[in-house]
Design a protein around this ligand. Structure first.
Ligand code: ADP
Length: 327
């Protein structure tokens, strides 16, 4: 069988969002203007992003036995994600409770609930059932750190390219890094994990080396509208962002990682995969919301064609070498 698939191990939530003119102060009640209820969770968002980018995609995670179970399963299926590895466990589906004010400022309480029931045995079973068709594993940090560490090691043993988006940033067991092929932190995650304040490409390069020193093969530090810095033992390069007019930057990172994973699973060259991820991240900022803003293959191809008229798929565009070898 051909291994062109993506296995995502991670969180699934119902994103319950209230929009108002301003956020309430502690103890205060305000009247809101709008409300949405959509599939979320970094795991599910990245699975949707990978599937929309064209990869056969399996989501391994847990939902509960409540109304939000169907919302989650139907949301994943509607975007083409395989749900055979989603377990229904006792209790309730995870929830992200989000409030957004008129300026786009937000606060979020994530309650893991069913996500806390994902076990290492479940991960092993999902790897065994999908390994013949999977080339890339996507991991984030919204399920138990021990489960993520186990998944990285087991995924690496199964021959997957293991991609870890270390979000939300938290202390990790040091031995996880050797099993991670590609790490994709944003500025604040790279800062929190490395202790280096990442405020631009130069500092991103230093943070990238921190990950390489711990055993990661390739660090991709995403810098929002300033693009991404790629650090490997061979080269350090800055990929400029695709120019877009952002309306809501939520889920840019999930779009980036999902599309990157899909491109790697399709066997594309790493530079091409990074550019596909960056185009997906840029497009996600042009639409409001998280999972509803994730672009499909056609939109990504269109942006790549406009940004790079006449360029072949292997064209690395205006990438700048920051300096030579990283070690
Ligand atoms: P996160 O959502 O995890 O904070 P980033 O904001 O760094 O992640 O976005 C991931 C990628 O998406 C960036 O590397 C960039 O390529 C693209 N992107 C994000 N914001 C913008 C933007 N304002 N303009 C163009 N591209 C963007």
């Amino acid at each position: 069988m051909t291994r062109t698939g993506v296995l995502v191990v991670g969180s699934i939530t119902a994103d319950v969002t209230a929009f108002g003119r301003r956020l309430p102060r502690p103890g205060e009640t305000v009247l809101g203007d709008d409300f949405t209820l959509v599939l979320g969770g970094k795991g599910a968002n990245q699975a949707v992003a990978a599937a929309r980018a064209g990869a056969p995609t399996w989501m391994a995670g847990c939902v509960g036995q409540d109304l939000f179970r169907d919302l989650a399963l139907e949301g994943l299926r509607a975007h083409g994600v395989e749900t055979s590895e989603v377990r229904t466990v006792e209790g309730r589906t995870g929830v992200a409770h989000i409030r957004v004010d008129a300026s786009g400022e937000n606060d979020i309480v994530i309650t893991p609930l069913a996500n806390a029931s994902l076990t290492t045995d479940m991960v092993d079973a999902s790897i065994a059932r999908t390994r013949d068709r999977t080339r890339v594993m996507l991991l984030q940090l919204e399920v138990a750190a021990e489960v993520t560490r186990h998944a990285a090691r087991a995924g690496s043993d199964a021959g997957f390219t293991v991609v870890l988006d270390p979000a939300p940033a938290q202390p990790l067991p040091d031995d996880i890094w050797a099993y991670v092929d590609i790490v994709t932190p944003n500025e604040s995650e790279a800062s929190a994990l490395s202790g280096i304040t990442v405020d631009g490409p130069e500092a991103a390069e230093r943070a990238g080396r921190w990950f390489l020193d711990r055993g990661v093969t390739h660090a991709l530090i995403t810098l929002g509208g300033a693009g991404a810095v790629s650090v490997t033992a061979e080269a350090v390069r800055h990929f400029p962002a695709f120019p877009v007019t952002p309306v809501d930057t939520t889920a840019a990172g999930d779009a980036f990682t999902g599309a990157l994973g899909a491109a790697l699973a399709a066997g594309l060259d790493t530079d091409v995969a990074v550019r596909r991820g960056m185009a997906a991240g840029a497009l996600a900022t042009t639409r409001p919301g998280a999972s509803p803003s994730l672009p499909d293959l056609t939109a990504v191809d269109a942006l790549l064609a406009t940004a790079d008229p006449g360029a072949g798929p292997a064209d690395a565009g205006a990438v700048t070498d920051l300096e030579g070898a990283a070690s």
